[in-house]
Design a protein around this ligand. Structure first.
Ligand code: UD1
Length: 361
């Protein structure tokens, strides 16, 4: 069985790593080709993750880079079509919900190559998010729908997907988290940034709806500056957010520790030891649930409801007053025990590979 594995942007790398490792355990049955679209290309958005996650060098690099959505998707499609015509795999495996995911799925579907989507069925029901469009279209085209949580099964069934294509396998990102725990624990990032465990808040913000409008990001910067008076803040800043702060001439309080985007091991270590995490990311809601670290998500919805039902995640919207109140409550609260979502047990990639080898959907 020949499988083309696709990665493109930062949140893909930690999902793909355990799948590649697992497929490599079956060299007689699976031949794999790793394609990196190059949607993310900076050292700290891409190369560092290959090092941290011990990912093999991509077999094929498409070098797409940044651009508008149409531009990015179109460029990936043209180049990926050449790859598939040459490689003729049995399956294209895509993860997550980034532009590379939808682009490669479209190409595979048109060439009648089966698609396996890992992290299928998540829905925020908010089509203003580009990722929601990417999820809906990718799932519509996929033959294997690998889901991380029970709500995703319901979402797919409501959209008319056949039950025999849906597989509840757990969360591959948690496989990566568990496999790397010893290396995460030995990261020296706290010493490097002069931080004490549980005495800082970790912040990440990069969603267009939070950072692209001048009013929103101005409010968020003023909120961070106020919070910095209460507790130390560490803010590894995404290139999009950095650009907006510079373009809009905004100033962050000097007490906020700003860093470049961090590698996987350092970032998870910072998450694990934080008193509280403030984020608008998808994956971080899951990692904080697993690490049992309180998380406030600065959005009005989440496609990952299990992190609220079982985990440490609270949706706090994007109104500054509301977020500020939630931060104060969270900082005063004593630690709570959270549940671990079903099948987030480190064995998801094993389940996926077993299904790919045995099920013919
Ligand atoms: C993408 C994903 C998002 C994911 C995020 C993680 C889509 C639609 N969105 O958003 O789901 O949460 O990745 O980071 O695919 N840039 C650099 N260096 C890089 C990459 C990007 O400087 O290596 C800058 C460029 O100015 C670029 C901007 O960041 O225009 C945005 O990058 P892009 O890939 O378009 O989307 P993200 O916001 O990163």
């Amino acid at each position: 069985m020949k499988i083309v594995n696709v990665v493109g942007a930062r949140p893909n790398f930690m999902k793909m790593a355990p799948l590649i490792e697992e497929m490599a355990k079956h060299p007689k049955k699976i031949s794999q080709v790793l394609v990196h679209t190059g949607q993310h290309y900076d050292n700290n958005m891409s190369d560092q993750f290959f090092k941290d996650l011990e990912l093999p060098e991509p077999d094929i690099f498409l070098g797409i880079g940044s651009g508008s959505h149409a531009e990015q998707v179109a460029k990936v499609m043209v180049k990926f079509e050449e790859v598939l015509i040459k490689e003729r795999p049995d399956i294209v495996l895509v993860v997550g919900d980034v532009n590379s995911t939808i682009a490669c799925s479209l190409v595979a579907a048109k060439l009648q190559i089966k698609i396996a989507h890992v992290e299928a069925g998540l829905r925020s029901f908010d089509r203003r998010m580009p990722e929601e469009i990417n999820r809906i279209v990718t799932d519509a085209l996929s033959d294997y729908l690998f889901v991380t949580e029970a709500d995703a099964i319901e979402n797919l069934l409501k959209e008319g997907k056949e039950r025999n294509k849906i597989f509840f396998v757990g969360n591959v990102m948690i496989d990566t988290l568990m496999r790397n725990m010893a290396r995460i624990n030995s990261s020296l990032i706290l010493q490097r940034l002069d931080l004490i465990a549980r005495e800082y808040v970790l912040v990440t913000l990069h969603r267009p709806e939070n950072v692209d409008s001048v009013e929103k990001i101005k409010d968020l910067v003023s909120f961070l500056n106020q919070t910095a008076k209460l507790i130390k803040i560490v803010f590894p800043i995404h290139p999009r957010t950095k650009k907006r702060i510079v373009d809009f001439c905004l100033e962050l309080d000097s007490r906020i520790t700003l860093t470049e985007p961090l590698g996987y091991l350092d970032f998870v270590k910072l998450t694990k030891e934080a008193r509280l995490v403030l984020t608008d990311s998808g994956g971080i809601q899951e990692e904080t649930t697993m690490l049992k670290v309180p998380c406030l998500t600065l959005r009005n919805n989440t496609e990952r409801p299990v992190t609220i039902k079982k985990g440490s995640n609270v949706l706090v919207g994007t109104q500054i007053g509301q977020i500020m109140r939630a931060v104060r409550v969270a900082l005063e609260k004593s630690p709570v025990e959270y549940e671990q979502p079903d099948l987030w047990d480190g064995c998801s990639s094993q389940r996926i590979v077993k299904i790919l080898l045995s099920e013919n959907v």
